[in-house]
Design a binder for this molecule. Structure first.
Ligand SMILES: [Fe+2]
Length: 288
């Protein structure tokens, strides 16, 4: 088990002074947690904007201060924490049960979410409960044989999942190029919340053979099994109140574990996209 790279700061100003360290960690590791200062929402936004100036995000210091317009980057500031449903019985899921299954974030966008900045504003569950798990998809890709890598490089899948304006179907590449590192990145959804799981619909521009379909299915099972069982590649964030986690959501599969009650786990999240991002979806093969 791995833990997220930790950056300790003494104040908001200190965090801004540590921007180079934070950005280097984001680029090289894809995951870090900033500790030692309780960020207000304005400070969380300001840090995100400072990162966005360097990383070319739609959150940057020129971002207009509008939250009620869906096209504004600021509409991507959201409350989270998975402890906010008053009528849910939280006692059924313990710290080893998945509250939110393994997924890679919103692959259906042409301009995908690049990062999450998650501020755990309140956390009163016992430490080790409500963990978030992460696995780096570029590491998963590097574990495949060259043959399997070359096979998946040519694979396109079709799948359906609920999102704001519909369920797809979406057509997406299994392997995409990371926008920052240029590493090959597995980008196939594994979340059981999918109405239709991603299945091979095209290989090297043509309809796949039965053999290719079955090869893809086995590799997808391997991926799911790595996420569920391989602790050597798993990063575990054991939350403490005031942790500010920055995660590369292009490359990090993640999941949420139980063991908390109503209201015990509250965070403010920010999702960032490329500068000038559109809200276009991969709704047809031609969009790839
Ligand atoms: Fe997520």
């Amino acid at each position: 088990m791995l833990t997220p790279y930790s950056v300790n700061v003494t104040s908001f100003g200190d965090a801004l002074n540590s921007l180079d360290i934070i950005i280097d960690a984001f680029k090289s590791k894809g995951l870090l947690v900033i500790k030692g200062h309780r960020f207000s929402q304005d400070e969380q936004i300001a840090l995100t904007e400072a990162m966005g100036d360097v990383l070319d995000w739609n959150f940057h210091t020129g971002t207009a201060d509008i939250t009620d317009d869906a096209s504004s980057p600021r509409s991507a500031i959201y409350p989270g924490g998975h402890s906010d449903q008053e009528n849910r019985d939280y006692s059924t899921q313990g710290k080893d049960d998945y509250v939110l299954d393994w997924h890679i974030e919103q692959v259906f966008y042409v301009d995908p979410i690049l990062a999450g900045v998650w501020n755990m504003t309140l956390f009163t569950a016992d430490r080790g409960n409500g963990n978030t798990r992460f696995v780096d998809s570029t590491v998963l890709y590097s574990m495949l044989s060259t043959d399997d890598q070359e096979f998946l490089d040519q694979a396109v899948v079709k799948w359906e999942k609920p999102m704001g304006s519909g369920t797809g179907p979406f057509y997406t590449k299994v392997v995409d190029i990371h926008p920052v590192t240029s590493d090959k990145t597995l980008r196939v959804e594994t979340d059981h919340g999918c109405y239709v799981m991603p299945h091979l619909v095209q290989w090297a521009g043509s309809e796949p053979t039965a053999e290719q379909v079955s090869r893809y299915d086995k590799l997808w099972e391997w991926l799911k099994s790595q996420l569920n069982t391989n602790e050597d590649i798993r990063h575990v964030q054991e939350w403490q109140e005031a942790d500010l986690l920055v995660v590369d959501l292009f490359r990090m599969y993640h999941s949420v574990m139980g063991g908390f009650k109503f209201g015990e786990r509250q965070f403010t999240g920010i999702g960032v996209r490329p500068r000038n991002a559109t809200s276009e979806l991969y709704l047809e093969l031609g969009a790839l």
